[in-house]
Design a protein around this ligand. Structure first.
Ligand SMILES: Nc1nc2c(ncn2[C@@H]2O[C@H](COP(=O)(O)OP(=O)(O)OP(=O)(O)O)[C@@H](O)[C@H]2O)c(=O)[nH]1
Ligand SMILES: [Zn+2]
Length: 201
């Protein structure tokens, strides 16, 4: 699937899943049956389809247009969008991890439509992955699309693979960050970004 971008900026292609629906449905029937579920019970009869639909929904990045505008006012301070919902899937267990992303940048020649931060997070969230990779992907996308002076992304999430099962570390959160440009290299900008995002935790 492709993220559309205006201004003849490079189009960023991201692989959407090629889903074999009949194959996925057969596999879901086999898995649930092997786990001992009786799919002839009315409540469960349609469960394989629901299971496949849910997984496809969680792994289908929605397309969006990444609208940018000229930075006419030469705004040169931090723009930070906080508490953007993150709903993704851990690729090790195929269980959800959920939380929030804080995404900021120091504008250069272009600024980004504010809703596009949330669309970008949703787009990149919808695939099985690690939290580290998701964090980097969002930061990389912003860097390539906007060519800003700096980018910072913090994700604060809970992994159900370590809270509901396994270590059963209920309430434990994982924080990841990715920074580029002045938000990585300039101590004052970096401290401001981290102070502001820390205020949300
Ligand atoms: N670095 C990283 N690890 C993750 C992420 N999501 C899940 N994991 C980890 O992936 C690891 C997989 O380890 P395994 O030992 O193969 O899996 P497991 O036997 O189910 O391990 P437990 O979860 O400890 O029961 C676990 O430690 C998970 O916590 C993520 O986003 N980033
Ligand atoms: Zn996991």
């Amino acid at each position: 699937m492709t993220v559309l971008e205006r201004d003849a900026r490079p189009r960023i292609a991201t692989a959407g899943p090629e889903v074999d629906h009949p194959g996925a449905h057969r596999a879901a029937v086999d898995l649930l049956t092997a786990l001992g579920l009786d799919l002839s019970v009315e409540h469960l009869a349609d469960t394989p389809r629901r299971m496949v639909d849910a997984l496809v929904e969680l792994t289908s990045p929605p397309e969006f247009e990444l609208t940018t505008f000229p930075n006419d006012d030469e705004y040169d301070e931090l723009v930070l969008v906080e508490d953007i919902p993150v709903r993704s899937l851990c690729e090790h267990h195929m269980l959800p991890f959920v939380g929030v992303a804080h995404v900021g940048y120091l504008p250069g020649e272009r600024i980004l439509g504010l809703s596009k931060f949330a669309r970008m997070v949703d787009h990149h969230s919808r695939r099985p992955q690690t939290q580290e990779r998701l964090t980097k992907r969002i930061a990389d996308h912003l860097r390539r699309a906007l060519e800003p002076r700096g980018v910072g992304v913090v994700i604060d999430a809970q992994h159900t693979c370590m809270s509901l099962r396994g270590a059963r570390a209920t309430g434990s959160r994982t924080l990841t960050s990715a920074m580029f440009g002045q938000l990585r290299d300039d101590a004052r900008s970096r401290a401001e970004f981290l102070d502001l995002t820390r205020g949300r935790r």
